[in-house]
Design a protein around this ligand. Structure first.
Ligand SMILES: Cc1cc2nc3c(=O)[nH]c(=O)nc-3n(C[C@H](O)[C@H](O)[C@H](O)COP(=O)(O)OP(=O)(O)OC[C@H]3O[C@@H](n4cnc5c(N)ncnc54)[C@H](O)[C@@H]3O)c2cc1C
Length: 399
């Protein structure tokens, strides 16, 4: 193999029959139970409780979590397929299930055995909900500039701060929360941040306003206020002052899920556009027979399949624990979410006026796709990661 691949192992997508059987079962569920109710989810701005219950009964909350911690096993590729298929019907639905990854991944990778045993199984079994509270009013991409503080008092930590845009906070029982335990060092801005598991019912945890973001209706984020919340020392995830590493490692893994959301949105928009282009007639023929529309359909399909391959590739590398997954995950996240945005936009255009009408159910794809280009590392940040990783791999240089 030649650069950038070191071996054939770096360039495989390892889909199996089991993955496809699983996809079929998720697709059957969403087509029967969710797709007919997309309007209800959008209008009520919530995912109906019976749908949530059914997703738990089908084991979706445990996909990607090892069986020894109450999950179904399956890894990142299986989780990507679940996310893709749920997002094809409703991104909110995939976020409802997917937000637990932002809690479970850091616990599984950095948490003590005690923390894993206490907090992961209830989430995997759908008995408890979890959220990830890192972003602050003045700190999103620049995680090192968070202002929440945690001071040590008699063997515990006392947390204060304000977190914004926290998905799933309204229903979460547990949060992973970042806070500064020490000031940064002059040559290490990242130093001094620590991650903690905080429970909703602990004194001082308050859920604030719900943000009215343009998409993700059914699962819009909240403000979380921490007012002198006492947290036991054993609830620290990873090492004190090294929480930045926990957070970055988490996003490296979870952004594969955002790529899968992009693939699901793109698939849905593409299918609707193709069907409409075959049915709608102008000037005596179906619009797909007009060259410009046919070309749009081909370009949409090209980007959709490239996005899917990149996503499955990144998930395969992550499942194998290969370090190359880092660049693959960023390539997949940026490409798939931009593909979704572009494909959703083309789907609207192909539908003409019906495309911008709420009732057709097309414009929501664009609203949702734009959000996927922003969270879990904006696509600008992904480009920085890609270039950094590339230069490191090719020349061994740090930029
Ligand atoms: C719907 C939704 C749900 C969310 N859920 C969660 C959640 O559950 N938990 C959580 O902690 N956070 C959550 N977030 C927050 C999200 O992760 C942040 O919004 C995101 O990381 C970007 O941070 P920011 O909004 O502060 O933008 P900023 O970091 O202020 O960036 C502003 C702009 O500048 C660009 N930029 C910043 N730095 C650079 C750079 N070095 N080079 C080039 N361009 C740069 C960005 O790409 C962006 O375009 C959510 C956000 C949304 C919209």
């Amino acid at each position: 193999m030649v650069f950038p691949f070191r071996s054939v192992e770096d360039f495989k997508v390892e889909l199996t029959e089991e993955h496809e059987l699983f996809r079929k079962s998720v697709r059957e569920f969403v087509e029967n139970k969710v797709m007919p109710r997309w309007r209800e989810i959008e209008e009520s701005n919530s995912v109906p409780e019976d749908i949530k219950r059914e997703m738990i009964a089908m084991g979706f909350t445990g996909v990607g979590i090892p069986e020894e911690y109450g999950g179904q096993g399956g890894g990142f590729l299986m989780s990507s397929i679940l996310t893709e298929e749920l997002s094809r019907a409703s991104v909110a639905l995939s976020v409802t299930v997917g937000v637990r990854d932002l809690f479970v991944v850091p616990l599984l990778r950095f948490g003590s055995e005690e923390l894993k045993r206490r907090y992961v199984p209830p989430v995997a079994r759908g008995e408890a909900n979890a959220a990830h509270a890192n972003t602050e009013p003045v700190a999103g991409s620049d995680v090192a500039s968070i202002q929440s503080r945690a001071r040590k008092v008699n063997g515990s930590y006392v947390l204060s701060g304000r977190k914004v845009f926290i998905t799933g906070a309204g229903e979460a029982d547990y949060f992973i929360v970042s806070a500064r335990t020490e000031d940064p060092l002059p040559d290490k801005r990242w130093w001094g941040i620590t991650c903690f598991v905080v429970e909703k019912d602990w004194p001082g945890v308050k859920i604030g306003q719900q943000f009215r973001v343009m998409g993700l209706r059914g699962e819009q984020p909240y403000e979380v206020i921490l007012d002198e919340v006492k947290v036991p020392e054993e609830n620290i995830v990873g090492k004190v002052n090294e929480g930045f590493k926990v957070l970055m490692d988490t996003y490296d893994h979870t952004r594969i899920g955002v790529a899968a959301q992009g693939v699901g949105i793109a698939q849905a928009a593409f299918e609707k556009a193709l069907n409409y282009a075959l049915q709608r007639e102008t000037f005596g023929s179906p619009i797909i027979a007009h060259g410009i529309i046919a070309e749009k359909i081909a370009d949409m399909y090209m980007r959709l399949q490239a996005a899917r391959l990149l996503t499955y590739w990144a998930a395969t590398l992550a499942d194998k624990g290969r370090p190359e997954f880092l660049v693959a995950a960023s390539l997949a996240k940026a490409y798939a979410t931009e593909a979704a945005e572009w494909i959703a936009r083309q789907a609207i255009q192909i539908h003409g006026a019906y495309g911008v009408d709420f009732e057709t159910g097309i414009e929501r794809y664009l609203r949702d796709a734009i959000i996927t280009t922003i969270y879990e590392g904006t696509n600008e940040i992904q480009r920085l990661v890609i270039t950094r990783q590339l230069v490191r791999q090719a020349f061994g240089l740090k930029i």
